[in-house]
Structure formats: structure tokens, C-alpha cells
Ligand binder design. Structure first.
Ligand code: FES
Length: 157
């Protein structure tokens, strides 16, 4: 989509929101619901609509972890940062994932096929240390199992 078309589409999307801070989160949520993330250009449009600085909008989008600033990957890998997973070696799992996929937390692979994100304990600690692949628990893992899994994920069509 061309930048002007995108701008118009986003303007239309957030046109209901009133100037000021009060609608900032609602506007960002609406953009994210529509695109699956908050594109950079949307921050400019939201700032203009709400008559706020771009820095203010960017600050809110980066402060709240529910906002994604990059497109959703085809497969989302969540690494559990909870205490049980960390205690049982979660850091080794994290390092193996990051090294094998070549990305850090909050990033996608260049083709947007895989993305890594920091997740919180969801109460399935009996599988610690674990990750979630598109929401499905995989664990307990160690570094070697993680590398094998990451290779399989990279090779999937
Ligand atoms: S600490 Fe990882 S699932 Fe509970």
C-alpha cells in the first residue's frame, strides 16, 4: 500500500477520536486491531488526530507491552520469562532460540516467518522451562531440544 493511501485509511480509522490524551490508547488499539500491529506511519496520523506530539504517541505505544510495533509473524514463539521457567534453565532456552533464529526478543526474522516475544507465566509451570509456539505449550526444553525445534520451525513451509 502506498504511504498516502495508508495515511488516508488510518485517518479514517481514527477519525472518531477526540484531541487530547484521553483517546490515545483506544486509537492505538483500533489501529492494532485493524493491522495486527501499530505501523510507524499510524503514530504520525494518531498524533495529528489527537493533536499530540509524535513522541507522546510513540512513548505510549512502546510503554504498553500489548502494542506490537512490527507486523505479526506467521509463527509466534513466546518465551516464558516466569520464575519456574527461569529457575529450571529458561535462560539457556532463550539463548538457544535467539542464536538459532538470529533474532532477539520482540523481533521477527527478515521474512516475518517467525517472531520471538517475551511471555509471562500462564500457570503451566509443570512443563518448565517452556515456550509457546502459536500458543501451544512446548516443554520442558533444554538448549539442544530448543535448537532442534528452532531448526524445524525455520524449515517449515
Ligand atoms: S514460569 Fe513458565 S509457565 Fe510458569
Amino acid at each position: 500500500m502506498l504511504e498516502n493511501e495508508a495515511t488516508l485509511e488510518i485517518q479514517h480509522l481514527v477519525s472518531e477520536f477526540k484531541p487530547g490524551d484521553g483517546d490515545l490508547l483506544a486509537a492505538l488499539h483500533k489501529v492494532q486491531h485493524h493491522y495486527g500491529y501499530v505501523p510507524k506511519i499510524a503514530m504520525r496520523v494518531v498524533a495529528r488526530q489527537l493533536r499530540l506530539s509524535e513522541a507522546r504517541v510513540y512513548g505510549a505505544a512502546t510503554f504498553y507491552s500489548e502494542f506490537r510495533l512490527i507486523p505479526p509473524p506467521r509463527t509466534l514463539v513466546g518465551w516464558c520469562s516466569g520464575p519456574a521457567c527461569r529457575f529450571k534453565g529458561g535462560e539457556h532456552v532463550r539463548k538457544a532460540l535467539e542464536a538459532e533464529l538470529g533474532i532477539g526478543m520482540g523481533e521477527n526474522t527478515g521474512d516475518d516467518k517467525l517472531g520471538l516475544h517475551l511471555a509471562q507465566c500462564n500457570g503451566t509451570c509443570e512443563h518448565a522451562p517452556q515456550i509457546w509456539v502459536d500458543g501451544k505449550v512446548v516443554g520442558p526444553l533444554d538448549a539442544a531440544k530448543t535448537v532442534r525445534l528452532a531448526r524445524e520451525l525455520k524449515e517449515q513451509p
